[in-house]
Design a binder for this molecule. Structure first.
Ligand SMILES: O=C(O)CCC(=O)C(=O)O
Ligand SMILES: [Fe+2]
Length: 361
């Protein structure tokens, strides 16, 4: 692997020495996926996981920890070496519910205080065959690392694609049921994401209950997150307790989002999660994250899937479909087109027949 001198090598942060309240995350090994009976075995494993807590780790994806570190180095380079003006060449357009591009840190206040959000986000659309999203690739960073970003975007999607097959198997649907609604070369708001959380003072964190990202469920179908060494991500378990997600060497943390939950009539849980101030031995480290967010295809009809399993469980009901874009744009706008992030407790977001709770204590 060539490390371009100007990119530099990102030094992975040391894991925390604190014994935090860790979640029991199950791990599935995708390396058996193509073996005889592999998919069935994995589907059975995943079924047990998503009936309870919709978070798990995958290993055996073919993406090594070293390769992930290289992608972290790229993210670090983006955040550190471009000026705000260069980053803002392509900005998110929350007014129209469009999340491609760059979101500056500190453009929202948190929980009605003067404390600002501490997150920079950079979302890179898909590298489709027809170059549909090229207009969103204006930043120098994307031109410079185009092929490498394309490779990683497609490899992450490939992990997601396998998981989508497993979800169809679980629901006893035709194997490609979800894949057909999430094709890499079809338009969708899928994105590869880099995030950077900038440490805040203890005083400011105290004012916002140590919240770095408030409790939420993910909007789309699936979220993939590269092994994260800076602890802070917590999931709300079925017992109502917040538990930390621990690092998984060479692993990718995955979770079910709201559209997959819709498609399954609520059978797959889109688990509530948040990010809190990291433990004292990590709090000064900038926290970079690398993600792939799978959103429903623009033209996909989101509805409860005609699944024999869901019928048997009494979870199937015919619904009026909503299209992927209609839902995604409305949701992104509703969540982000604001000057403040409030708690939103007991606030509900609705599109068509789908209803999602927003804030969570
Ligand atoms: O930074 C993290 O670990 C999680 C971020 C997150 O939940 C999100 O962006 O949806
Ligand atoms: Fe999330």
């Amino acid at each position: 692997m060539i490390i371009e001198p100007e990119v530099g090598k990102w030094i992975p942060p040391q894991p925390t020495r604190y014994n935090l309240d860790w979640a029991d995350l199950a791990t599935i090994d995708l390396s058996i996926y193509d073996k005889p009976g592999g998919k069935q075995q994995l589907a059975a494993q995943l079924k047990r996981i998503v009936e309870n807590d919709g978070f798990w780790a995958v290993v055996g994806t073919g993406i090594t920890q070293e390769e992930m570190n290289r992608v972290y180095s790229l993210g670090n380079f983006f955040f550190m070496n471009y000026t705000e003006e260069q980053k803002r060449v392509q900005e998110v357009d929350f007014e129209h519910g469009n999340y491609f591009g760059y979101k500056v840190r500190g453009n929202k206040t948190v929980f009605g205080t003067k404390v600002k959000d501490n997150v920079e986000t950079f979302n890179i659309a898909k590298f489709t065959e027809d170059g549909l999203f090229e207009p969103y690739f204006k930043q120098d960073f994307i031109s410079r690392f185009h092929d490498e970003l394309e490779r990683i975007s497609k490899r992450l999607f490939e992990v997601a694609r396998k998981l989508l097959v497993l979800f169809a198997i679980i629901l006893e649907l035709e194997e490609n049921y979800f894949v057909d609604r999430h094709r890499y070369n079809d338009p969708s708001d899928d994105h590869l994401r880099f995030m950077k959380y900038h440490p805040r003072s203890q005083e400011d964190d105290n004012l916002v209950e140590n919240t770095w990202a408030r409790g939420h469920t993910d909007f789309g179908t699936l979220t993939l997150l590269f092994n994260q060494l800076v602890s802070g991500l917590q999931i709300k378990t079925s017992s109502g307790k917040w538990r930390y997600v621990r690092p998984v060497d060479g692993g990718i943390i995955c979770n079910v989002g709201d559209t997959l939950s819709f498609w399954s009539g609520g059978y797959f849980k889109s688990t509530i999660h948040r990010v809190v101030r990291p433990p004292p031995d990590q709090v000064d480290a900038p926290r970079i994250g690398v993600f792939y967010f799978v959103r429903p295809g623009d033209h996909a009809q989101v509805e409860v899937a005609p699944s024999p399993l869901l019928r048997q469980l009494g979870l199937y009901k015919p619904t009026q479909p909503i299209t992927g874009t209609e839902y995604v744009r409305a949701r992104v706008r509703d969540y982000h087109y604001k000057s403040e992030y409030l708690k939103q407790n007991n606030v509900k977001f609705r599109v068509g027949e789908f209803e999602i709770k927003d804030g969570f204590e």
